[in-house]
Design a protein around this ligand. Structure first.
Ligand code: F6P
Length: 359
């Protein structure tokens, strides 16, 4: 078969490992040939391709980024974009396409599938917010990077008697904040799923310091929201600017600095911010992500040969299974309630005590 491949959306550690696994299993086992489309869906719109064979994937397993490069191009925002993608696949005599990406990339894959294109998806994102799979590859690496950053911040916070706020990525899901915050022993973890009351956060830090601790670590997800006075369950995320990408996403970022200022104002404790940003996405994948990405790649090429189109390779328990793309993109997978309870337990308790004292 001639198989096309592309990587779309934000890059993430493990993309090259997926590409390598697909090419190796496809070449050795099925005698497939491959065409790589460059820069996500842009490659199909603008005829940007590269040949993919065993030699082009040699040595890429531990490399971050993607040899196919990537973009946030959305064909639906270009005149006849979806049609042009389908035509490009016919022109290049592609029998099946493997799209490696998050919900945006896979939503385009689903549109192509609805037009009869033979497409299989692989779930990629450091945010871990895709439904249908237990984990996306890239998430574990991002968590490890964030955790080691928190460990480093700990020692400097302790040396200076400071509160340190660490802002991590994750878009509308708090998975990275939650996992790295728990692993790094953060005192406060704030995630988009539950707007936070800044007074409670300050009170918690004051209480901790009154028990003799002289520093605190706060991990905040970029999409975390200050609770509004009108409705505590709602708030708006902090954005860097009002522009949106072709999939309609604003650029998040900046909540850490605002939070630090508000904490310092309320507690009087010196507070600093660290924004981890794209450091979480760059560099070599963790061993877990290399294994997961390799298993996803093998799963995807096997799905192509079993004819499981319109589906995505997914991890359920410890098995790679095939799930409908439509289910994977139907909704964002946010942090489970029991994990939220772990992070917000003390804040909630503080709130209850405060309400009881007022009554
Ligand atoms: O979706 C992955 C992600 O890293 C998000 O966590 C973050 O909000 C966004 O991408 C940043 O995108 P960009 O690389 O376009 O700045």
């Amino acid at each position: 078969m001639r198989v096309g491949m592309l990587t779309g959306g934000g890059d993430c550690p493990g993309l090259n490992a997926v590409i390598r696994a697909i090419v190796r299993k496809g070449s050795f086992h099925y005698e497939d040939e491959f065409t790589g489309f460059l820069e996500g869906w842009r490659g199909l719109l603008d005829d940007l391709t590269m040949p993919l064979d065993l030699s082009s994937v040699g040595g890429i397993l531990p490399r971050g980024g993607t040899i196919l490069r990537t973009s946030r191009t959305n064909p639906s925002k270009h005149a006849e974009g979806i049609q042009k993608c389908a035509e490009a696949l016919t022109r290049y005599k592609i029998d099946a396409l493997i799209a490696i990406g998050g919900d945006d990339t896979l939503s385009v894959a689903q549109k192509l599938h609805e037009r009869g294109v033979k497409v299989v998806g692989v779930p990629k994102t450091i945010d871990n917010d895709l439904a249908g799979t237990d984990y996306t590859f890239g998430f574990d690496t991002a968590v490890n990077v964030a955790t080691s950053a928190i460990d480093r911040v700990h020692t400097t916070a302790e040396a200076h008697n400071r509160v340190m706020v660490v802002e991590v990525m994750g878009r509308d899901a708090g998975w990275i904040a939650m996992y790295s915050g728990i692993a790094g022993g953060a005192d406060v973890i704030l995630i988009p799923e539950r707007p936070f009351d800044i007074d409670k956060v300050a009170e918690l830090i004051r209480l901790r310091h009154s028990r003799g601790r002289y520093f605190s670590i706060v991990v905040v997800a970029e999409g975390a929201k200050f609770a509004s006075d009108v409705d505590p369950q709602h708030g708006a995320p902090i954005v860097q600017d009002l522009g949106k990408d072709e999939f309609g996403h604003v650029r998040l970022g900046g909540v850490g600095n605002i939070l630090a200022r508000e904490i310092e104002k309320r507690t009087g404790f010196e507070t600093r911010t660290v924004v981890l940003g794209h450091i979480q996405r760059g560099g070599t994948p963790s061993a877990f992500d290399r294994v997961l990405a390799t298993r996803y790649g093998i799963g995807a090429i096997d799905m192509v040969h079993r004819g499981e189109f319109g589906c995505m390779a997914a991890l359920r328990g410890n098995k790679i299974v095939s799930v409908p793309l439509a289910d994977a993109i139907a909704k964002n997978r946010t942090v489970d309630q029991d994990m939220i309870d772990v992070a917000y337990g003390i804040l909630d308790k503080l709130g209850q005590d405060r309400d009881a004292a007022r009554r």
